[in-house]
Design a protein around this ligand. Sequence first.
Ligand code: ADP
Ligand code: GLC
Length: 493
Amino acid sequence: MKILMVASEAVPYAKTGGLADVAGVLPKFLRQLGHDVRVVIPLYGSIDRWKYRMDDVPGAMGVWMGVMGELWCGIKESRLPNSDVPVYFIDYERFFARSQLYNEPNGQGFMDNDNRFVFLSRAALQLCKKLDFAPDIVHCNDWHTAAVPIFLNTVYRDDPFFSHTASLLTIHNMEYQGRYYSGLMDVLDIGWEHFNHLELEWQGQVNLLKGGIYHSTLFNAVSHGYAAEILTPQFGHGLEGVVQDRRDALRGVLNGIDYEEWNPAHDVYITAPYDKEQMAGKAVCKHALQEEMHLVPRSDVPLFGLVARLVDQKGIRLLAEVFESLMALDLQIALLGSGESWAHDFFNAMAAKYPGKFACYLGYSNPLAHRIEAGSDFFLMPSVFEPCGLNQLYSLRYGSLPIVHAVGGLNDTVENFDEYNHTGTGFKYNDQTPGAFYDTIGWALSTWYHRPDDIAGLRWRAMSQVFSWQGSASQYVDIYREAIWRRTGQSVD
Ligand code: ADP
Ligand code: GLC
């Protein structure tokens, strides 16, 4: 199968969240299954072109942008690390030579994000022609590349080059939809007849995610739980009706994690290796984390970790509400994240008020994310909604017991502790209220203080869980096959 993966970010080149993990790792597993998979992302200013040894794909490429005319870009090529999967970087400085991916340093989204990502989407398809690579399936991700299925199903519908190309749109997050002024129709240049309430129009604006859901051959959410949730007003963010209309094309596939990178048995960033048979290293990691973050180096106090984008989705308002009550308990919290400025102010103030008990690093650090997973006893994920969530999967493997709101991927992957039957891998609560969250932390805390054997059992079961990409990659292959069959009436190997 010829597969084109198009995304706005991919590890190791550019990452703000879990989308990058998916776009940079899934292709390697698809390759192992024998498919010809290639990846397209923008060449952001922050990507180090020398480190990744990029070659020029000769010749400039013209990309049609409607009223903006034809814009000419360059293409660079590299390989995903430790693989032969080609990655193509769209090199267009006016849109992408910036150090941040989506936002100004003050957090404001770039004014031209609509044009930037419509351009990425159209450039990806133009590149197929330039390389004479006619994909069986284009796999695109979130609103940034949702214009790909829109183009494929409109202006390229009868183009012989794409006559056999199906599309899959993966929804990693329904909250971000790419809503812009209606004039974007003239940039897309697919014809105003597609600006209607079924296709691209949403409350007088263009909604790229909506158009992508309508025009993709199949679409999926990154867990079964989230696939069911986005059919409802609570999680559909206004698009639940569109999702319902296409529910026969909706699938759910849980993300895997990369156990090469996230494995305490051979993690290059942590102080001492460990695994479920040999847990001594975890205590060393905890001590080292306490020292690194200036927490009191006590082994007899439970340490709670949290690593997240500091945005409402992640439930940090709830954490803020219960924060001072938590500080009255005998526990420690280590937080890593960056995001909204109120959260930075709040957690800075709390770190000053509770030195030795609470510590935070308000920035981005992959090595520290690993050390928090390894060094903490529990991991907090009070997300309001969570399409899949990767950190709870890392936490399970690192024996850092997840405490989660029972939604989306969190609910699908964490099994609640049952102290009578000795089952479960973490602690779950149903109501997103301060009381429920606080009580669940209290439950974890009392288990830690009074029933250490239960904690050992929980850890053992948590660390035995496997959420590998092998399984998810073969589910994606099945979905690609189905999409190709829907598009062409033919099956592929
Ligand atoms: P989302 O994609 O919604 O942010 P996920 O749980 O799927 O949530 O993925 C988040 C990813 O980003 C994880 O790999 C996590 O370790 C990483 N991450 C988030 N914030 C930071 C940070 N401040 N420093 C380092 N890694 C971070
Ligand atoms: C999104 C979601 C997160 C998911 C990630 C990768 O950013 O918020 O839950 O794990 O995408 O699919």
